[in-house]
Design a protein around this ligand. Structure first.
Ligand code: SD4
Length: 325
């Protein structure tokens, strides 16, 4: 029996019993923004990032492949000094180094990632270069920086004066605790469905503010921060990466969609997997955003405050997701 046939049958049979019951009663209205037949392009981004999402959408309208459009879109936030969670201007680690993580995955299932890279702003593009120009999937740290310089990327100081001042203030107490994130921008996970009906994605971040030096979160880990299966759909994550990695969140969501769940139900189940392991109400945020090949969208988070931006029909809109708490 082919794996697909097995999964189709199992979703109707015993696998259903293995699925944890939903903890919450809130089910948002299903939003379907395209049918497979129309191939109208669309973009979904974590958080409120209208400009990045618009740039990606416009590239798709001009016929860009999904991954090219996503890398182009997130580059705007990577260069945005006011965004302290992505690219240049990102918050540093506790030793004052800004180190960036990113990964990309395309409709063919090819992927690339860079981990803990210093001095390079456009790490999503660099992850794509790892995918396209090397025999590897992941390059980390000094090796990723070296590869970037060989490819012609500019070495830059990514620590801005304001990020430095905020870090110095943090050092006064040096009390490290992941914050519940309710900001209106953060790690960008972006999913692009192009005019060819193909799905690709990118995830780019400076990671947790004041992390330990060398700490890497979920964002550049294929299957955790991002996963695409062009037969099924794609998912991206934001929030406390350690919790996403423990449940391989984005891969889990795509596999749940493969078994027949809607993106919304799949995101809710992935969040519930995280919550089940906690004793009581978690003091961290995790959020997921997903889409399937029908163009259905799902978004869900542990705490209130997560929103996603959508580009469709030449317009961007920002939508608050539902949450457990
Ligand atoms: C990380 N997931 O490094 C990232 C951080 C993030 O919202 O997404 N913050 O764990």
């Amino acid at each position: 029996m082919k794996r697909r046939d097995f999964l189709d049958q199992s979703s109707m049979g015993f696998a259903g019993l293995l699925v944890a019951p939903n903890l919450t009663a809130v089910f948002p209205k299903k939003e379907i923004i395209k049918s497979l037949a129309t191939s109208t392009p669309y973009v979904l981004s974590t958080w409120n990032v209208p400009q990045a999402t618009l740039l990606a959408g416009e590239a798709l309208e001009k016929g860009s492949q999904g991954l090219d459009a996503a890398v182009h879109g997130v580059a705007f936030e990577e260069a945005n000094l006011l965004n302290t969670t992505v690219g240049k201007g990102g918050a540093p680690d506790r030793d004052g180094n800004v180190s960036l993580d990113a990964c990309v995955m395309n409709h063919k299932g090819d992927c690339g990632a860079v981990l803990a890279v210093e001095n390079i702003t456009h790490v999503a593009a660099l992850a794509k270069d790892v995918m396209e120009k090397t025999p590897h999937v992941i390059i980390a740290g000094a090796g990723a920086r070296k590869f970037a310089l060989e490819q012609g990327y500019k070495a830059e100081n990514l620590l801005t004066e304001s990020s430095k001042a905020a870090w110095k203030k943090w050092l006064e107490k040096g009390n490290y605790k992941p914050e519940i994130n309710v900001e209106n921008h953060d790690t960008i996970g972006m999913l692009c469905s192009d005019v060819y009906g193909n799905l690709s994605g990118v995830c780019t971040t400076s990671g947790l503010a004041y992390k330990m030096m060398g700490r890497v979160g979920d964002s550049p880990i294929i299957g955790s921060g991002l996963y695409i299966d062009n037969e099924v759909g794609g998912a991206v994550a934001t929030g406390l990466g350690e919790e996403v990695i423990k449940t391989v969140g984005s891969f889990l969501i795509v596999e749940l969609m493969r078994q027949g769940k809607t993106p919304q139900d799949a995101c809710e189940e992935a969040i519930e997997r995280i919550i089940e392991k906690q004793k009581g109400k978690p003091d961290f945020q995790v959020a997921y955003l997903a889409t399937n090949k029908k163009g259905e969208i799902g978004a869900y988070s542990v705490h209130r405050g997560f929103s996603y931006t959508k580009y469709f029909n030449k317009k961007t809109t920002n939508t608050q997701s539902n949450s457990v708490y």
